[in-house]
Ligand binder design. Sequence first.
Ligand code: NAD
Ligand code: 89Y
Length: 345
Amino acid sequence: MAGEVRIGVIGCGFFSRNHLNSWNDLKSEGAEIVAVCDVDPAKAKAAAEAFAVPHWYTDAEAMFRERNLGLVDIVTRMDTHLPLAEMAFRHRVPAIVQKPFAPDWDTCVKIVRGAEKAGLFLAVHENFRFQTPLIRVKELLDAGTIGDPSWARISFRTGYDVYKGQPYFYGEERFVILDLGVHVIDLARYFIGEIERVSCETQQRNPKVRAEDTATMLCRHASGAVSMVECTYETKKLPDPFPETLLEIEGPRGVIVTKPGYRMEVTVDGKMTASEIEIPMLHWAKKPWHMIEESVYKTCAHLLAALKAGREADTSGRDNLKTYAACEAAYESMATGRAVKPLQA
Ligand code: NAD
Ligand code: 89Y
């Protein structure tokens, strides 16, 4: 029903157009953006005009006070997630925060505890699980096509100029594990199950960034499976597969492989089948981002449906703590040279 969930979007920067387009496309599912907010008035006003949003704000507190929101979508960077989520909970508004959840573990736990105390819905916008090719991988695994996974490589390697759209990457104190590691580690958990220990080596290969731009992580899963989980912004390989996550998952009956150009090869009982995965092109999408953009739409659709049904989202705050804990373990492993068990909340 139109207008069933009154949404306020906070943060009108680089990535927000994907959220604003998605919520507008979800009108028939009850989503209605009633206000946008950015501390930069030019960005807030421009977003309101471009997406036909009736109200814009530079002060989130005023938006909460005046707009009777049913959901806030926080699309700011991680350093602002705690104060904005706490503001939402004070106003009794369910919240979504973009990844990475927060700058450190204690802050993530604080946000989750705040939602629990208020009895409110909290989700992290973790969208890689909702990418069309990776949905297909999950369907194959759930159908038992290759049997229980025993080994995997999950890899996001690119040299695409991400700094152009996201120049704040240069100054991050903890960079690629919190930016991309959260996605690929989340996929490792999603496909193979919970992670028991992590070993990690990081590198800073681009002299212009402050922190690690490459991470190579080795995970032992509770099932006994092992995964290599990698991410870098510094590969010079052409063709550049950005923004594809490439993976191989091996099981007792066969192997699932995703290849550049949205191709998939599935070997089962000695027979390999290759296929091309069609990525829907949304009316507002632009290549090469279209696959990510479509996953944002699917993530928003999932989160809206969960909120309306009164159930926890698949990427709830509680669920994302497990992903974040494995990322913290990766940093600790790098610092200590040891395999590290992820923290538990
Ligand atoms: P950005 O810096 O371009 O935009 C953030 C905006 O938030 C800015 O316009 C800033 O003025 C505004 N802002 C900051 N504090 C505010 C406050 N208190 N109230 C209102 N507005 C405030 O950043 P971005 O690239 O759009 O990234 C935003 C988030 O999205 C980050 O957490 C990033 O990691 C994430 N992101 C996710 C994906 C994905 O695929 N899931 C891709 C890119 C970015
Ligand atoms: O920041 C990254 C993310 O989360 O997904 C894609 C991205 O924007 C650039 O690699």
